[in-house]
Write a protein that binds this ligand. Structure first.
Ligand code: F0G
Length: 523
């Protein structure tokens, strides 16, 4: 007889097993600030300094007292959490305060309209849909123009006008073909090209979520390729490769022929087709290994978007909400998005929410009637987000200054460690409280154990397990750059916590330098 269902571990047991191989399957029972607590075998509470901080969703730390107080107040006063299809003034207040911040940081006063969601990937999916609605409107205009051109040309031919030879050539027709063949070719080509899925643009190393559409914008092949058959195509551009970007744009660009009447000649003009669904950009790439987008390349992306009409979709899900030292990391490199996506810290560590903000000129108001989610724009998460933004904006943006100052203090310590161990540390990168610490590849370490974990892609897990067991540090590598550890603590990071990070990292570096695989693996 098999095990009964009650005995089976049913919630992602394989993942727990993998975490368990290096001792990461600890159950945390309490959290406060930058600290998570578990209980040891004797029942004592053990503090762990949490540097993953909810994968970047805790700019104010775990259970910030004012966020918690607001949440309690909401529940105690029986605020209707779900009252779909009614007036949501709190959602409007949140959109208004986000607009004021965008205006301040970008210098633009054009409004951004808000559509709420529940998670980061959901806001990415929402933006994919909205961008496609926008593209659909432009396609429909083009189709009308093509149809009007065909009708005008047909009337002109009826009056004795002739079709110019280059029109036949452009349509791949013999010069002897009649007008019906020309009209047919124009209409068929228009239907074919306007019926195709859009092509998205995104950056190599980029991470934009793991849902059906968004996973195709996430560069990591292991996550993406099993599902490529499900969604629209994305072309990935190497950061900094202007020629490569231009080549992709040229390869993917298509045009439609619009017939025009010029006296008694029917000629054709080529109109660019809006093939690009959108250009997804993280101003600081998170999962790629914490990489700040160079301002010049950001400007090039902006130009490409302007030239092709593709919306620039700024994924600030991880970099936004003050982490970089400004509310929007993109504003620090002078980049303005057509869309902004926010999530993670928007929920203050206790709510789950996200928002897409779309620049006025591009906004499709019909989208509001076409898209919805039961849980989006709920009162609880909007009120909590309002409190988070209020805390970030308080005292003239003291929180942003703290992110910059605490981040600089941590970064300079990470750089000192790198200076002392440059045989094992490759790089320290990032802005504010979004920092990356990259070890050199250990796959040819003299320790067979270390070399093997690196070759199998488990180096990050092994180091994380060691850091937790030995230093009570919760470290994680970034999802697609396996030798880079992410540091995304809250703005309340203390000097003592920086000391703890410093001594833990120095020990790990010494261990790698000594190629002490047994100590790393705890064997
Ligand atoms: N965009 C970015 C830039 C992200 O970092 C993430 C998630 C998402 C979108 C998707 O958001 O998880 O709420 O659906 N990053 C996680 C991380 C996986 O580890 O930082 P989600």
């Amino acid at each position: 007889m098999g095990s009964s269902v009650a005995e089976l571990e049913l919630a992602e047991p394989y993942l727990r097993e993998v975490l368990g191989t290096v001792g990461l399957d600890v159950e945390y029972l309490r959290a406060s600030g930058n600290t998570l607590f578990y209980q040891d075998a004797a029942g004592n509470e053990v503090p762990v300094l949490d540097l993953a901080c909810g994968f970047g969703s805790l700019i104010l730390g775990h259970h910030h007292p004012e966020v918690v107080a607001r949440a309690k107040e909401l529940l105690d006063s029986q605020v209707p959490v779900h009252a779909q299809f009614s007036r949501h003034s709190y959602a409007n207040d949140l959109a208004a305060v986000l607009n004021r911040i965008i205006a301040r940081e970008t210098g633009s006063s054009e409004p951004y309209w808000a559509i709420f969601g529940n998670s980061g990937a959901e806001s990415v999916e929402i933006s994919i849909k909205h961008a496609e609605m926008e593209r659909g409107a432009r396609l429909a205009e083009l189709v009308s123009e093509v149809e009007a051109g065909v009708a005008a040309a047909r009337a002109a031919v009826g009056r004795g006008a002739t079709v110019a030879p280059e029109v036949f050539a452009a349509l791949g027709l013999p010069a002897t073909a009649g007008f019906d063949a020309v009209a047919d070719a124009v209409t068929t080509r228009t239907a074919d090209l306007t019926g195709r899925a859009p092509v998205f643009l995104a950056l190599e190393g980029g991470f934009h979520g793991k849902l059906v559409g968004s996973i195709q914008l996430t560069h990591n092949e292991g996550y993406r390729t099993p599902f490529t058959r499900l969604a629209a195509r994305c072309r990935f551009v190497a950061v900094g490769d202007v020629a490569g970007l231009r080549a992709i744009v040229e390869q993917e660009s298509r045009s439609l022929t619009v017939l025009t009447v010029d006296g008694d000649a029917v000629t054709g003009v080529e109109r660019a087709l809006p093939v690009f669904g959108g250009f997804f950009v993280e101003p600081i790439q998170g999962e790629a290994g914490i990489r700040v987008l160079p301002a010049e390349f950001g400007a090039e992306i902006s130009r490409v978007c302007e030239e092709t009409g593709a919306p620039l979709i700024m994924d600030e899900i991880q970099s936004g909400m003050g982490r970089s030292g400004a509310f929007l990391a993109s504003s620090r490199i002078g980049l303005r998005g057509d869309y902004y996506l926010l999530a993670k810290s928007l929920g203050g560590g206790i709510a789950k929410s996200s928002v897409m903000l779309v620049r006025g000129e591009r906004y499709q108001r019909d989208f509001e009637l076409a898209h919805s989610s039961t849980f989006a724009k709920d009162a609880f998460s909007c009120h909590v987000a309002l409190k988070v933004v209020e805390l970030l904006e308080a005292d003239g943006g003291a929180a942003y200054r703290m992110a910059a100052e605490r981040g600089a203090a941590l970064k300079s310590r990470l750089e000192k460690v790198r200076g002392d161990f440059d045989d094992v540390v490759l790089d320290v990168r990032g802005e504010g409280l979004m920092l990356g610490f990259e070890f050199r590849d250990q796959s040819s370490s003299p320790s067979a154990q270390i070399a093997q974990t690196a070759q199998e892609g488990f180096f990050g897990f092994a180091v994380a397990g060691y850091a937790l067991r030995t230093h009570r540090l919760r470290l994680f590598q970034t999802a697609s750059a396996m030798n880079t550890f992410r540091f995304e603590p809250s703005i309340f990071l203390s000097d003592a916590e920086i000391d703890q990070i410093d001594s833990g990292l120095r020990d790990i570096c010494a261990l790698l330098r000594a190629a002490d695989g047994e100590r790393l693996m705890g064997t």
